[in-house]
Design a protein. Sequence first.
Length: 522
Amino acid sequence: MPDNQTVLNEFEERKKKLAELREGGWQPYPERYERSHTAADLHALAEKNPPRSTEEIMAKPEANIKIAGRLMLMRPHGKLTFAKLRDHSGEIQVCFMQDFLNAHAKAGKGPASDDSADAYKMLKKIDMGDFIGAEGELFFTKHGELTLLIKDYVLLGKTLRPLPEKFHGLQDQESKYRYRYLDMLSDPDSMERFKLRTKLIKEMRKFMDANHFMEVETPILTSIPSGAAAKPFSTHHNALDIDVFLRIAPETYLKRAIVGGFERVYEFAKCFRNEGIDPSHLQEFTMLEYYAAYWNYEDNMDFTEKLITHIIKEVVGDYKLPCRDRDGNEQMIDFTPPWPRLKFVEIIEKDCGINILDYYSDADKLRAEIKKKGIEIEKVQTMGYGNLCDALYKKVSRPKLIQPCFVTKHPVDTKPLARRNDEDPRLADTFQVLVNTWEILNAYSELVDPVDQRERLLKQAEARAHGDEEAMPMDEDYLLAMEHGMPPISGWGMGIDRFTAILTNQDNLKDTVLFPLMKPEK
């Protein structure tokens, strides 16, 4: 990439051109431009109606096309200048031909100077990266490249800073996150990744709507940090003079909607968790969360498998996707159904020899056994039984789960909002979907018994009082809603950023977020 002095010199040169354009009567930032076609439209048009030859165009110009976009890769050759014009749909080559352009450009729209009639000469004031509107007609070059022969053009936006080089782009990863707009301009794969994310969300909405779910909105600012076991972001609400929290998850409010009469609801929700930074976690992230009345977790597993495999077919086109595991090794992920269903307790015992149910609800004994096995877990001293089980699983089992699978029946203490299993009350009717060691979604048969829910929230509040910052606090308002009656319910929350990362073979969730939060530059 150019050094800082080179960039600064070009910045000053472009500012000089801007001043000259204004002094000459040009408006470098006009209010609008009405185009007739996009770049993609022109490629489709040429397939249906072969363009005329340049001789025919010059003999009787029609100028039936108006396009707009950024000028890229300008290549002057004496009386000819070729460039790429890029818009949201793609690129089209354009050609400025001196004699043709000067003969047909509208008089009086340029600077009031001796050069006012020389539209070709005015290209010296135009730089790569500038936005222009161009009017002309299509033709094929002798090399067979579709090109717009420009009859007239107008400057639509002067660019003061040079863009990254097309073939080198932004080399440093932090710059790609910090200056995403430049990353997308220089790296087509980056742009395609964010287009895929948009398509993914669109297809998920279509699938949910087709299965009779209703999209709703729930609060982002809440008075209780509920919905999941996590440390919240907090702030102060001046008008109400109360502390409030950014939403951890929309779960309890979506369930309130079920109490109010909805039977199937979903939300694409921005969620926030004040936790550590690593490639698989973001403090601000997007979830799809839904709940369906009269389902249990097994109904939900069946639906989940149909949803995900349908979306992958629609968005990617194949069940088999390449990926890199956490050691950087190339793997092939196969989403072909059915997926294996693994039990949480059994895989932990297989991987480290600890049956967590032997120490059920006794954090001190489980902690001692973990230490005896030589397994190191951060903040192990402050965790309650549920979070100890979860941390142990993440340490010894989850790193081995590469292919898509369900992990089922977690201890009740790890899922304070999940329904207790009828056959073994120490377990909850739960499942997670794991892909390439990442938890893509978390699901269960919802706890709808308000008495059981109160007891579990009391345990969570006790763990919180003893230093477990991720334990859930007591939520009397939610309990009040439950006491007004809930039907059987099952639902889940899916991390959209993680799902996008899986589908696009990314190692870091920041690569799936258009503008990730970054520490300010000094």
